[in-house]
Design a binder for this molecule. Structure first.
Ligand SMILES: *Cc1c(COP(=O)(O)O)cnc(C)c1O
Length: 400
């Protein structure tokens, strides 16, 4: 029988472990098992009606054809307006590209900025796709393990130690998936001192900017100084903020030559993102931000509840996540112990036991480069959080 040979590029890709766990939890549900998933990575709210209506109107208006590769002008203008209003950042529409999700914008960025021999500094715990996208571009992730004691923030000295002549990029993600850490203005200022002494660019993934609590304020590193804006690729999108994950609209803002290169690349791969979703995104960005604020208020309630339940568990530590919709507790206390004779060596072992024995899905930290932790999202009702944490608590009590 003929066996198709896969390219090395394909052989080196690891499948997304977060999606794998979520799939397993959904399989349990389909079998009628009352499983609870803290694995999801998207808001549980429906897309607001006014956005859906804009999409329907776009269809009837015949906005169903190819658009400019980088996105319709009205959307790029809405993005410029938003960046100016929220971050005092001045961009022209030529400095914006709209892609099929922020993930796609990140992929394009990596493809046009790095290659074989280059290094990309990636603070861990990190969102899993960064590492794969760096490798797909031929470059090497230079992983820095940030520390729980520092609230998982990259420190200037950690950054400086990782820099070498091959360094091309630094990836920052604030608020962060999976840790929930939010970099303050002072944190970013101290990193700025280091960054500006060297010759590399910064990807700033700001997809969770709206999910921020405790009076913290989202600050884009690009807004700190013109010299930083010049070397920043700002990534954002409508997926998380407007509960529009399925619509696939994300964007990058960066100096024009970088955006042009990304547009050329996109012109030969996906072309424009969906015209209808683009039209709806204009309305999402320019329209009533009330539903978004309500959603964030609800997530704050859930965060508080989940965090309290987690830190009440024996042996567990968990920083208070200032943003995003994840908690990232340290579960190391249970390593080397057993559940019904089954040895737990790492968070992946614990996650497997939790799923099989308690029917609770959590994502092991291995997916984010540190398997001493698990990630739980609170994109479900307080009732579900309560029930899930009860099950986790009962199971942990039986680990000896
Ligand atoms: C969800 C997510 C994205 C991608 O979002 P899109 O749906 O592709 O717009 C990017 N970065 C992080 C850290 C995320 O969690």
């Amino acid at each position: 029988m003929f066996q198709m040979k896969l390219a090395n590029r394909a052989l080196n890709i690891s499948p997304s472990p977060t999606l794998a766990i979520d799939t397993e939890a959904k399989l349990l549900l389909a079998r009628g098992v009352n499983a609870i998933s803290f694995g999801a990575g998207e808001p549980d709210f429906d897309t607001p009606d006014y956005i859906k209506e804009a999409a329907v109107a776009a269809i009837w208006d015949g906005k169903t054809k190819y658009t400019p590769v980088a996105g319709i002008l009205t959307l790029r203008e809405a993005i410029c307006r938003k960046l100016k209003a929220d971050q005092h950042l001045e961009y022209e529409p030529e400095q914006i590209i709209v892609s099929a999700g922020a993930k796609h914008s990140l992929y394009n960025t990596m493809q046009v900025l790095v290659q074989e021999g280059d290094e990309v500094i990636l603070p861990a715990p990190y969102w899993v796709s960064y590492a794969e996208q760096i490798k797909l571009a031929g470059a090497t992730p230079r992983i820095i393990n940030t520390r729980e004691e520092n609230g998982f923030k990259l420190t200037p000295s950690e950054l400086e130690r990782a820099i070498n002549p091959r360094t091309r990029l630094l990836i920052l993600n604030s608020p962060c998936n999976p840790t929930g850490v939010v970099y303050t203005g002072a944190d970013l200022e101290s990193l700025k001192e280091v960054i500006l002494r060297y010759d590399f660019s910064v990807i700033s993934d700001e997809i969770y900017e709206s999910f921020i609590y405790d009076g913290l304020k989202h600050i884009s590193i690009a807004s700190l100084a013109p010299e930083l804006k010049e070397r920043t690729i700002l990534i954002n999108g409508v997926s998380k903020a407007y509960s529009m994950t399925g619509w696939r609209i994300g964007y990058a803002a960066a100096p024009q030559p970088v955006i042009k290169a990304m547009t050329d690349l996109q012109s030969h791969s996906t072309s424009n993102p969906t015209s209808i979703a683009q039209e709806a995104s204009v309305v999402a960005l320019n329209g009533d931000q009330g539903p978004l604020k309500k959603m964030v208020a609800e997530y704050l309630r859930r965060r508080n509840y989940m965090h309290k339940r987690l830190v009440d568990l024996p042996g567990i530590t968990c920083i208070l996540p200032g943003g995003s919709f994840y908690a990232f507790p340290n579960v190391k206390y249970y390593f080397g112990k057993t559940y019904k004779g089954r040895l737990i060596r790492c968070a992946s072992d614990l996650a497997a036991v939790l799923l099989e024995e308690a029917h609770v899905a959590v994502i092991p930290g291995a997916a984010f480069g540190n398997d001493d932790y698990i990630r739980l999202s609170y994109v479900c009702s307080i009732k579900k959080i309560d029930e899930g944490l009860d099950r986790i608590s009962d199971l942990l009590a039986k680990i000896k």
